[in-house]
Design a binder for this molecule. Structure first.
Ligand code: NAP
Ligand code: GLV
Length: 320
């Protein structure tokens, strides 16, 4: 008998064919809504393998119902959507897709930094809405990227890739991480700073930690007040690391200058959310790794992890 697997989103046909050659597959095929919880619970109870995405909350109660599940393959590097301890207790292997999306996500992080600092979206709308009556010397002036100080919070794979982009703009790079990375300090000429000091001196603050109990609300009212009034906050990690109510206040009170956000506490964020009305917020629908090439690589790795896991073999990128 073939192993049974459930996939919570449609993936390209070639990958489906590969899975079907080895497994009995069921897939949630609605494009616009994630699989409803009751269906997910029922499906997970029946299968040996699950391929899921960051839209699925694989919590303890779902995992409890998984009587024969061997592997949860998450097509994302972040895995805050999965209760890792519960999976570990049931000896279920959990995998993610690290590394292959690093450069693509660093590119998007830098794009947000550029867009927020040089008011790219606002300027585009200004022109297209017919507001450009004449050129004037201080119209739509932004903040310099070249030569500015970039503070990276979370010096992991994407953090390091971001330094390489920043160096091309002669930026001075500083970082905060829970463990100090002296080898990277030498290699890239970057300096470790304690979190509060980084917030006080950086022109740009980029969040690149995972979302964990320790990083929840890492940037809230107190931290935002430490930042310069000209500084720009970029979050391409996870919503929830930055407190959105506090961010709204900081942006409207002039405590910080702008924000670039790819991630939100609730996704999709409602377009009536107060943050969406601010001209100094550049907001994107969680597209950090969204290039065709990278999403194909992520799908390939996630499928390989799933197939190895259902066979009881060790997948390529195991979390537990
Ligand atoms: P990574 O290599 O694991 O890097 C994460 C870094 O954060 C590590 O250096 C880690 O330190 C540090 N860290 C963890 N907890 C911390 C804390 N409490 N305080 C300070 N630093 C802490 O991960 P990555 O591949 O760079 O990805 C980072 C995150 O980006 C992912 O978890 C995901 O949520 C997000 N992401 C978003 C998108 C998107 O589409 N927007 C795409 C990809 C990734 P240690 O070295 O001590 O572990
Ligand atoms: C995307 O957010 C990821 O974690 O891969």
């Amino acid at each position: 008998m073939k192993p049974k697997v459930y996939i919570t989103r449609k993936i390209p046909d070639d990958f489906m064919a590969k899975i079907k050659s080895e497994c009995d597959v069921k897939v949630w095929s609605e494009e616009d809504i994630p699989v409803p919880r009751d269906i997910l619970e029922a499906e997970v109870a029946e299968v040996d393998g699950l391929l899921c995405f960051l839209t699925e909350d694989i919590d303890e109660s779902i995992i409890e119902k998984a009587s024969q599940l061997k592997v949860i393959s998450n097509m994302a590097v972040g895995y805050n959507n999965i209760d890792i301890e519960a999976a570990k207790n049931k000896r279920i292997t959990v995998t993610n897709t690290p590394g292959i999306l690093t450069d693509t996500t660093a590119d998007l992080t830098f794009a947000l930094l550029m867009a927020a600092s040089r008011r790219i979206i606002e300027s585009n709308e200004f022109l297209k809405m017919g507001k450009w009556k004449t050129w004037s010397p201080f119209q739509l002036t932004g903040q310099d990227v070249y030569g500015a100080t970039l503070g990276i919070i979370g010096m992991g794979r994407i953090g390091e890739a971001l330094i390489k982009r920043a160096k091309g703009f002669s930026m001075n790079c500083i970082y905060y991480n829970r463990t100090r990375k002296t080898h990277l300090e030498e290699e890239h000429d970057i300096k470790f700073e304690e979190l509060d000091h980084l917030l006080q001196i950086a022109d740009f603050v980029c969040i690149l930690t995972p979302y964990t109990p320790e990083t929840k609300n890492l940037i809230s009212e107190r931290e935002l007040k430490l930042m310069k009034s000209t500084s720009i906050l970029i979050n391409t990690a996870r919503g929830g690391i930055v407190n959105e109510d506090a961010l709204y206040k900081a942006l409207t009170n002039g405590e910080i200058w702008a924000a670039g956000l790819d991630v939100f506490e609730q996704e999709p964020i409602d377009n009536t959310h107060p943050l969406m009305a601010l001209p100094n917020v550049v907001a994107l629908p969680h597209i950090g790794s969204a290039t065709v090439k990278t999403r194909m690589k992520m799908a390939e790795l996630a499928v390989d992890n799933l197939l190895l896991g259902v066979k009881g073999l060790t997948p390529n990128s195991v979390i537990v």
